[in-house]
Design a protein around this ligand. Structure first.
Ligand SMILES: [Zn+2]
Length: 401
């Protein structure tokens, strides 16, 4: 396609520009290349923003290294560069990727690196000609990006506060239910379990099955517990079985939560509880069936080595696999994830064996509630008695004087 040549004012390629200019922020004279390129008509003279690159980054950092988002917004507006919260997320993710040893919570203290990435991203072809108001018109989010709705919601959860005054209709496409739930935190242990499970299974089995982030985390933790089943890596049926079981357990958890909420009400809807508990037993028996059919649960597994899931053999196995924490944290039962995991596995085995009957579960919980009430009443009575006795003692002591 023929192109009309611009009238001679075309700047040299960005890295070849010569000359200096003074930063309007730190007042230092710097090379032109120390300033970000700008396509804004406001800076058409040298096509550079008036604030130097260093100042762009350092002036908007808090003393702890986190980004001051109000200042970032202000800066972008004043140098007429676009604000896209999806790119802030990308920048953060890329910093996290490069520093994989960091915990999720620690990434934010690497604000300068995140900003560095951000300014690089907005200088790419797609956005380099965009102004602040261009991005504003788009709702500060790219309309066309490759993110799925889960990721889009994650972005809104995290950076939605930056765009809270934006017309809702512009961002509706990102949050179909406009349910901005809390961000799910993955602890180091959760991540370890996920990586372990994926390394055994060979792919991420919970990626496109419509799970929420917290359910995904839960499923991985369950799945990791099953991943040391004998011969699992060589048996496709076993793999599918444990994946299915993990998701069923996740559904069970939700039903249990719903039941507990219902049972904590003052007037319990018995029908609802019945329904929930019957769905739960259906799920649990499906789990038991899958386990049985695929030789997964140890109590059905004739080939299982005796004591394979016992504490000492688990510990030895983990130590062999290089789990440092098991060595230093041997007796810290309350915090040791290994113990929790073993506990969970054995609870699961109990659940596999029990498969509580329809109303049994609600009966148990009801009974517990009754017991709790009785005990609470006793405590009240005893507290009152104690108070009276104390008063009597004081009276007696006063009389002695
Ligand atoms: Zn400066």
């Amino acid at each position: 396609m023929p192109r009309t040549k611009s009238a001679g004012t075309k700047p040299l390629p960005a890295n070849k520009q010569k000359g200096k200019k003074i930063c309007s922020c730190c007042s230092k004279e710097k090379k032109l290349t120390d300033f970000y390129l700008s396509y804004s008509p406001m800076y058409s003279l040298d096509k550079r923003v008036p604030v130097c690159k260093d100042c762009c980054k350092s002036s908007i950092l808090n003393t702890d290294g986190t980004i001051n988002y109000d200042k970032l917004k202000e800066l972008l507006r004043s140098i007429d560069k676009p604000l896209y919260i999806d790119l802030i997320m990308s920048s953060e993710q890329s910093v996290a990727k490069e520093n994989s040893y960091l915990e999720d919570e620690e990434i934010q203290y690497h604000g300068k690196e995140i900003l560095q990435k951000y300014f690089t991203l907005i200088a790419m072809r797609q956005d380099r000609a965009k102004s602040y108001s261009d991005s504003e018109r788009e709702g500060f989010l790219h309309k066309n990006n490759n993110r799925n709705s889960d990721e889009k919601n994650k972005i809104l959860n995290k950076y939605g506060f930056l765009i809270k005054n934006v017309d809702k209709s512009k961002i509706e496409q990102y949050a179909p239910d406009s349910q901005l739930s809390e961000t799910v935190r993955w602890s180091k242990k959760d991540k370890q379990n996920m990586k372990y499970a994926i390394s055994i299974i060979g792919y991420d089995p919970f990626e496109d099955v419509g799970l929420s982030e917290s359910d995904r985390k839960y499923c991985f933790n369950i799945l990791a517990g099953y991943c040391d089943t004998d011969g699992i890596a060589e048996d496709g049926h076993k793999i599918q079985g444990v994946i299915e079981m993990s998701m069923l357990y996740c559904q069970c958890k939700k039903i249990t939560e719903a039941m507990n909420i219902e049972l904590s009400n003052d007037d319990v809807d018995d029908k609802k509880v019945q329904k929930l508990s019957s769905s739960k037993s259906t799920l649990l028996s499906s789990i038991a069936t899958i386990a049985k059919d695929n030789n997964i649960a140890s109590n059905y597994n004739k080939n299982s080595k005796q004591g394979q899931s016992s504490l000492s053999s688990k510990m030895k196995e983990m130590a062999d696999n290089g789990f440092q924490e098991i060595q230093v944290n041997l007796f810290d039962i309350k915090t040791s994830e290994a113990f929790k995991q073993i506990d969970k596995i054995s609870n699961e085995n109990i659940a596999n064996q029990l498969t509580l009957d329809n109303s049994e579960y609600s009966e148990i919980v009801k009974e517990q509630r009754e017991t709790l009430k009785v005990q609470e009443q006793k405590i009240d009575e005893l507290t009152e008695e104690n108070r009276n006795l104390k008063n009597k003692i004081i009276d007696l002591e006063n009389r002695k004087r």
